[in-house]
Design a protein around this ligand. Structure first.
Ligand SMILES: O=C(O)CCC(=O)c1ccccc1C(=O)O
Ligand SMILES: [Mg+2]
Length: 348
């Protein structure tokens, strides 16, 4: 049966500025199914990372039969419409967990063969591109709010300016710092960046090279700073990333991978191969953020995740089910993804 599909649009209070452009608004769909219970999902496409808004809607209105073959969430790489699959599969998984009267995190932990899920997940503050002064000010606010880790967007300015930004933050605040270049650098610049950031004790450098450069990423490893894959994972899939030995850390975005189940299956394979998964949103609404928190909670001893993104939105789909307190998010207690707090949101 086709799911119920309702569009929404959410503005960001300040655009998130990255080397790959600015994110200013998020448009997507709430998705409802009622088998075996009432389940709610969210599909929030981010073109470049997922299909377009229109392709997402078309897929949701006519869901491919393959989405119901639940044992193969990863398929042979990226699904054609990952955000639509996410919305649909989240609704189905929510319904299943509600039927089992347990939180989605417990359902997902079982699926991954993991122990009992965590109650809280450590998170990083997300700091967009900006001047040295603005970057330090944002890092100071993060430290005061209780974060232990900040992720700084780099790659939009010259490397020497980014190095100044990172050094200024490390001098000003007591935070672990990771940086995300969103694929901006060529091999030579990436090599220089890795050398500099290793000498500062940066935790990891995310996507220093364009998505296609798996062997380039592999060549940057072992130089004193971690290498994280993000866009590369979306483009090539977990199997190819592992085969290339491309990363120490892999960013799992359930919305871009095709669902919470796909993200858990990816986490399982990464952990089995010694790569650390980090779970992040694509700046989603409250329903998909909560689902990403459940995914992260199911991953044993997960590193700080990119899940503290709700504050970037001016309005949201409802009350925040997983607010950030002291650098961690609380996992919604369920049952299902967000308990009963969004019940009725698809009714007129
Ligand atoms: O990881 C985070 O801190 C937040 C998520 C984030 O940075 C992001 C959000 C939307 C699109 C791409 C990215 C990214 O990690 O590159
Ligand atoms: Mg990234």
């Amino acid at each position: 049966m086709s799911p119920t599909v309702r569009p929404f649009a959410l503005d960001l209070s300040t655009p998130l500025s990255t080397a790959d452009g600015e994110i200013t608004e998020r448009r997507g769909f709430l998705v409802g199914v009622d088998d075996p219970a009432r389940g709610l999902g969210e599909a929030t496409p981010l073109p470049g990372w997922t299909e377009s808004f229109d392709a997402c809607e078309a897929a949701l209105r006519n869901p491919p039969a393959a989405w119901d073959r639940v044992d193969d969430a990863l398929g042979d790489g990226r699904p054609a419409t990952p955000a639509a699959r996410h919305g649909y599969r989240l609704a189905v998984l929510d319904a299943a967990a509600r039927d089992e009267e347990r939180p989605l995190s417990a359902h997902l932990a079982d699926r991954g063969g993991f122990e009992a899920p965590a109650d809280t997940v450590p998170v990083n503050a997300t700091v967009g591109d900006g001047s040295v002064e603005d970057t330090v000010a944002a890092a100071q606010r993060a430290a005061e709010a209780g974060f232990d880790t900040a992720k700084l967007k780099v790659g939009a300015r010259s490397l020497s300016t980014d190095i100044d930004r990172v050094r200024a933050v490390l001098d000003a605040v007591d935070l672990a710092v990771r940086v995300d270049a969103n694929g901006a650098w060529d091999r030579e610049t990436a090599s220089e960046a890795v050398e500099a950031f290793a000498s500062f004790g940066v935790e990891y450098v995310e996507q220093p090279l364009p998505a296609g450069a798996l062997s380039g990423l592999a060549a940057l490893r072992g130089r004193g700073v971690g290498i994280a894959a993000d866009e590369s994972l979306g483009e090539h899939g977990v199997g190819a990333l592992l085969a290339a030995d491309g990363a120490d850390v892999a960013e799992l975005k359930p919305m871009a991978l095709g669902g919470p189940d796909a993200a858990i299956d990816a986490a399982r394979r990464l952990l089995d191969t010694g790569v650390d998964p980090v779970v992040t949103t694509t700046i989603d609404g409250a329903v998909a953020r909560a689902a990403a928190v459940h995914v992260a909670a199911a991953v044993p001893d997960v590193r700080a995740c990119g899940l503290s993104t709700g504050d970037m939105l001016v309005t949201d789909l409802g009350p925040d089910p997983s607010p950030t307190v002291d650098g961690a998010v609380r996992v919604p207690e369920g049952p299902g993804n967000v308990g009963s707090s969004f019940d009725g949101c698809l009714r007129d």
